[in-house]
Design a protein around this ligand. Structure first.
Ligand code: NAP
Ligand code: GDD
Length: 326
């Protein structure tokens, strides 16, 4: 029988890659979308355009994370076997400016979904997109599934609440609920105001003579960056295992924003020194330190490992930007 998956956040970077993966595995995929003033959902456009997929194997339903009645109705109707919960305000810097909506969607939105699952006669397996931002300024480097939470921004705090709730619902209500502790993952579909995409996009625009300057905040900041396609495979694998648990997904390698700049500009034979400027507007009130993950558990238990090295990721993103401008 055809398996049915439901995705919140289907229009986002990860939602689009996960949809492709699940369709490729033979699933019917349902997704929740918000009503916006535009119907443009560019990351799914290629799937809409395919008459063999849209409204045959891929179905979209209007539902917001702060609208539990609608979510409940849709989930009762669709009866998914797997639910991937990816929706939320995902920008850490912006979470300082809009802390209430960040917590409303990311923390309370997750709790509302867990409450709905409790009431379903046959609850789906549930994946929650947790984050390395749980660890903030961690006591342990690299981090593992047992590293204590120490979030330092509203986004990390909201994710910590949601992650702990997932554990509570797994342990006390017996739900098949999994936290995937995801370190930074990027792709040509990354939102334009995340640093890797911003840099790759600017490098391509500079190459084409459409832009001259790129303004950035802290270029010494470091992250553990992988490819989104690898991370959605981890999400899927974590729901195929016999028992629910938490898994950390990371490459285990730290790079700086400066490394991203140098790799992207070098890919287009540009000298970054002529173009990159500092702008304090992009500094954050607090920066996490040494967020780098040890994904041994995912490797041993799920057979997961990241396939795309940092340099290949940034080169792919830069080339994709150049192609878009061509
Ligand atoms: P993204 O590109 O920003 O996508 C976020 C998705 O959530 C979009 O589909 C968005 O819909 C939806 N959404 C936001 N608020 C909503 C609401 N109130 N109701 C319904 N839908 C809502 O994020 P992503 O990179 O794919 O990340 C997916 C998840 O993983 C997020 O929860 C993020 O916090 C988490 N995560 C990501 C990373 C990473 O490096 N990418 C790392 C750790 C954790 P619209 O299209 O309508 O805006
Ligand atoms: N966005 C942005 N824009 N970041 C900048 C800039 C800039 O102009 N200049 C420097 N940075 C630095 C930020 O201060 C941060 O230290 C680093 O670049 C990465 O920023 P983002 O790309 O915005 O990602 P993030 O690490 O804050 O958050 C992402 O990864 C988390 C996992 O650790 C998001 O995807 C989160 O949703 C995710 O949980």
């Amino acid at each position: 029988m055809t398996k049915i998956a439901f995705i919140t956040g289907i229009t986002g970077q990860d939602g689009s890659y996960l949809t492709e993966l699940l369709l490729g595995q033979g699933y019917d995929v349902h997704g929740a979308v918000r009503r916006t003033s535009s119907l443009e959902r560019s990351r799914l456009a290629h799937l809409y355009a395919d008459a063999t997929i849209y409204n045959r194997r891929l179905f979209l339903h209007y539902a917001d994370l702060d609208d539990p009645t609608t979510l409940r109705r849709v989930l009762f109707k669709v009866k998914p076997q797997e639910l991937y919960h990816l929706a939320g305000q995902s920008h850490v810097g912006l979470s300082f400016e809009i802390p209430e909506t960040t917590c409303e969607f990311t923390a309370m939105g997750t709790l509302r979904l867990l409450e709905i699952l409790r009431d379903l006669p046959d609850p789906p397996r549930f994946f929650h997109a947790a984050s390395s931002e749980l660890f903030g300024r961690p006591s342990q480097v690299p981090q593992t599934e047992t590293t204590p939470f120490a979030p330092i921004n509203p986004y990390g705090c909201a994710k910590a609440f949601a992650t702990q709730m997932v554990r509570i619902y797994r342990e006390t209500h017996g739900l098949f609920a999994v936290n995937g502790i995801l370190f930074n993952h990027e792709s040509p579909r990354r939102g334009e105001n995340f640093v890797t995409r911003k840099i790759c996009r600017a490098a391509a625009a500079i190459k084409k003579g459409l832009q001259n300057e790129l303004t950035l905040g802290d270029t010494r900041a470091q992250r553990d960056w992988g490819h989104a396609r690898d991370y959605v495979r981890g999400m899927w694998l974590s729901l195929q295992h016999a028992t629910p648990d938490d898994y950390l997904f990371a490459t285990g390698k730290l790079h700086s924003v400066q490394d991203v700049i140098e790799t992207a500009f070098a890919a287009l034979a540009l000298d970054w020194r002529n173009h990159v400027k500092f702008d304090a507007h992009f500094l954050r009130p607090a920066e996490p330190l040494q967020l780098v993950g040890d994904a041994s558990k995912a490797r041993t238990v799920l057979g997961w490992s990241p396939q795309t090295p940092f340099t290949a990721l940034i080169q792919e993103m830069t080339r994709a930007e150049l192609d878009t401008l061509a």
